[in-house]
Design a protein around this ligand. Structure first.
Ligand code: FAD
Length: 506
């Protein structure tokens, strides 16, 4: 492994940075395995590339072999076509097991229109929005792929994304991200590959429940349109599928799980860039807007941390229930928008307040409804500047909130508790010690961020990944409580698919 170090002037605006690296290495039989920015010293920012000898033993060897067609009696069913369901579908289709995929939302092409309509005039389609529809919650996102989960499957997942339109840089960047503009074609490409291998994807069809045989094993799946006989079901419905959580609460023995709530904070991208790197990244086409990750212990005793940072991104309307407001963040592949945003989250443990496994989910719903009421049921998101939050007085801001269809000024105490608001006030102040200007009075806070992770867990066996209550049901991905983010959900989907394949092919 060798490292090549560049300064921003050397690599920031060249046409093909990887060609410059190979030239410096004076070899063509090597590949870039890592790229990262060393920003410890603002007067000496370094862009570092690690290279190693190109090996043929790469991710393709992880791709599962296509086993050839055999007659499949009860085809496996996958519920949900987010990252977990998509990659589970790819793997089962690669095994020749012809999965049937049920997705309540619309195809990504149609969904894009529904999301645009919601941004334009606050008309929400509860089945097709930023949470629901082909590609799942990750489709209109920043497409960050970094995760704390370590798995050899990451390369397989990344390679597929590159095949269908993501930049090759995601395979070696230390903070890979795809961007909304490219995710749409990635999602379409994966769907087409599944279908070409014999799988089926049924859009605008909603999973209602399942049937069990005398031994208690799943034997059929019911949707609002059909019944599918099956003995294996991967349940990958994501963290917003409240109807499913309510209906399966008892039969699958759901438990509550801690999660977090808070707001999205926005600053000018240029200000964050300058604080982190000492320059505006707009000067260099090959240097991405600066990224941060912060966590502080506040004077209320509660933690405040940043999550899902979207450099050069936008805050997006992410509700899936009518008469509610939910925020989240996205960015395009170039991450060159005017603002940089991140979720600012406070941990919340529902088991402290109730034994009801769905208490946390109802709490999320309650915050989202309050937010809708606070702005006069207009569909605008509640918003304050940090200056206003601290002093309760209005102040003008140089940061224009990016949330569409728009924001309206509000009193955050009408949504959050005093303790939560105090946590934001003190936490942002402390974060200002780590990133200059983070606690600027102009920083804009838009609320509420409630869907950062699932409020429930669907218990499953550690080895077989099957529900401990119903054989043949494989709870998977973020909604089931086994993943947090695109990459880890995709990994979990593949693991479930491998277990289904083992049980069907043995
Ligand atoms: C705006 C936004 C930005 C994000 N940015 C990032 C990011 O940059 N990086 C990152 O790692 N994570 C990000 N996330 C989180 C990430 O998207 C999720 O962790 C991931 O999508 C979870 O994958 P999943 O397959 O488990 O569930 P989901 O992606 O939620 O997919 C579940 C699917 O199931 C379908 N479904 C639900 N109920 C039913 C039913 N009854 N019948 C049929 N289908 C059903 C839904 O329509 C949905 O398509 C973001 C999320 C949002 C909302």
């Amino acid at each position: 492994m060798k490292e090549f170090v560049f300064n921003p002037e050397q690599i920031g605006n060249v046409e093909d940075p990887s060609a410059i690296v190979l030239k410096k290495a004076k070899r063509s039989d090597i590949k870039i395995v890592k790229r990262f920015i060393d920003a410890r010293y603002k007067d000496n920012i370094k862009i570092i590339y690690r290279v190693e000898e190109d090996s043929k033993d790469d991710s393709e060897s992880l791709a599962l072999p296509f086993k050839g067609k055999t007659f499949i009696k009860d085809r496996p069913v996958i519920v949900g076509f987010g990252p977990a369901g998509m990659y589970a579908g790819l793997v089962l289709a690669s095994y020749g097991l012809d999965p049937v995929i049920i997705e309540k939302g619309r195809k990504v092409e149609d969904r894009t229109i529904d999301v645009a309509t919601y941004k334009k005039d606050a008309t929400l389609d509860p089945s097709s929005n930023i949470q629901f529809g082909e590609g799942g919650a990750g489709t209109f996102s920043d497409g960050k792929l970094y995760t704390g989960v370590s798995s050899g499957l990451k390369a397989y997942i990344g390679e597929k994304m590159v095949k269908y339109g993501a930049s090759e840089e995601i395979l070696y960047d230390s903070h890979p991200h795809v961007g909304t503009d490219k995710l749409v074609s990635v999602v379409r490409g994966i769907r087409e590959e599944i279908i070409s291998l014999g799988g089926e994807v049924h859009f605008e069809e909603e999973f209602i429940g399942f049937e069990q045989d005398r031994e208690g094993r799943v034997c059929a799946v019911n949707t609002d349109k059909a019944t599918y006989n099956t003995r294996n079901v991967i349940l990958a419905v994501g963290n917003s599928s409240r109807k499913v959580f309510r209906s399966l609460k008892d039969v699958l023995g759901l438990t509550s799980k801690p999660f977090s709530v808070g707001v999205r904070i926005e600053h000018l991208r240029e200000d964050i860039d300058k604080s982190m790197y000492g320059f505006d990244t707009a000067l260099y086409k090959n240097i991405c807007a600066a990224n941060y990750k912060l966590a502080v212990d506040t004077n209320t005793g509660l933690k405040l941390y940043t999550f899902c940072m979207c450099p050069g991104g936008e805050v997006v309307p992410s509700a899936s229930v009518k008469d509610t407001i939910v925020t989240n963040g996205m960015s395009y592949s170039r991450r060159d928008g005017d603002n940089s945003n991140a979720a600012l989250l406070i941990p919340y443990d529902p088991s402290r307040y109730s034994d009801d496994p769905l208490y946390g989910m109802e709490y999320q719903d309650d915050l989202e409804r309050k937010a809708f009421e606070v702005t006069g049921r207009s569909g605008l998101a509640p918003c304050v500047t940090y200056g206003e939050l601290c002093k309760n007085t209005r102040n003008a801001s140089s940061v224009k909130p990016t949330y569409l269809p728009g924001t309206a000024s509000c009193n955050m105490l009408e949504i959050f508790t005093g303790e939560q608001v105090d946590t934001l006030v003190d936490g942002i102040r402390l974060m200002g010690r780590k990133i200059r200007g983070f606690d600027s009075e102009s920083a804009v806070l838009t609320a509420p961020e409630t869907r950062s992770s699932s409020p429930v867990r669907i218990p499953r066996d550690k080895e077989t990944y099957e529900s401990i209550f119903v054989k043949g049901i494989y709870p998977s991905g973020e909604g089931a409580g086994y993943a947090g983010g695109i990459m880890s959900s995709a990994i979990d989907g593949i693991k479930c698919a491998n277990r289904v394949a083992q049980s069907m092919l043995n």
